[in-house]
Ligand binder design. Sequence first.
Ligand code: ZN
Ligand code: ZN
Length: 344
Amino acid sequence: MKAARLETEGRIEIVEIERPGVGPDDVLIEVAYAGVCGSDLHSFEGSHPFRKPPTVLGHELSGTIVEVGSNVGAQKALAIGDQVTVMPYIHCRHCAMCQRGHTNICLNKTVPGIKGWIGTFADYFVAPAAVTYRLGPNTDLKLGALAEPLAVAVHSADQGRVTQGDRVLVLGAGTIGLLSGVAARQMGASVVAITDLYEHNLEVGRALGFDSTYQADRADLVEAIRTDHPDGFDVLFLTAGAASTVVQALSLAQRRARIVATALFSRAVTLDLGPITLGEMELVGTQIYTDADYQRALRWLDEGAYPLEQLIDHVLPLDEAQAALEMLASRSQDAIKILLRPTR
Ligand SMILES: [Zn+2]
Ligand SMILES: [Zn+2]
């Protein structure tokens, strides 16, 4: 099969590799769309903590089952021809985190792109049936490729305990930021405001129905937001990974606010704990998703309450994986979510 393999930092090659074998508990999926994620970009640029070249990148996908292992069926009703997506990690079931149900932060987690699990930037992808999910009847394959980032947002919003009537500020309107706004709205947020450097991203935010959008590099950003939202915010998402957003969040957070650190910050940040102490705020991390988050994300996708297809601005053939990563790295074009499509 064809695969887009990261050979060294900054260089992807299209290679012919052996199609992975299907174990008794696995399914073989013919990839329809593979989403390019910010973490793929980290690997491409050499800043990913553990996913290093040579490796086939990609963990987001939708596709069709073309083969099932001998045990599948018995444990999970999946069959050839099903349109599916995958929750792309395998947890150990035994560690202290797994035993408490926090499978997302399993101490022995395996993810695509390491330990021989070939990523989704390929014609085919093998996954355990246990983490393979059928798409809902109203979810087409293109939208199905958004299940993974939406599940990230579901978990983030849960970590921020978004509840009815909460005012929410999302600092960074990339895929995860925009979807965090959607997740917050679904959980009852009465106000969703977002910031971003790129007008295109803010435009998509408006299309998703968010209440206010702000250019993140304007000099009077905090004052402008405070003028429109004098009561501050109950839940704030750090979805850009920039130190400036931490300062902004602390100045705009209401007492008892929850600040959710979603983005990976590549550098250490200096934090003024004063407002957190005095305002009884919480700063909480968030890491991927659990089975429950995935089920919820798939349900929301299927309900179709938001025009989420607007996040997908490019669908490129798998052969152009290098160009796709370069486009994201250089921001040469508007790009929120790029999908790769194997041509076979
Ligand atoms: Zn992702
Ligand atoms: Zn574990």
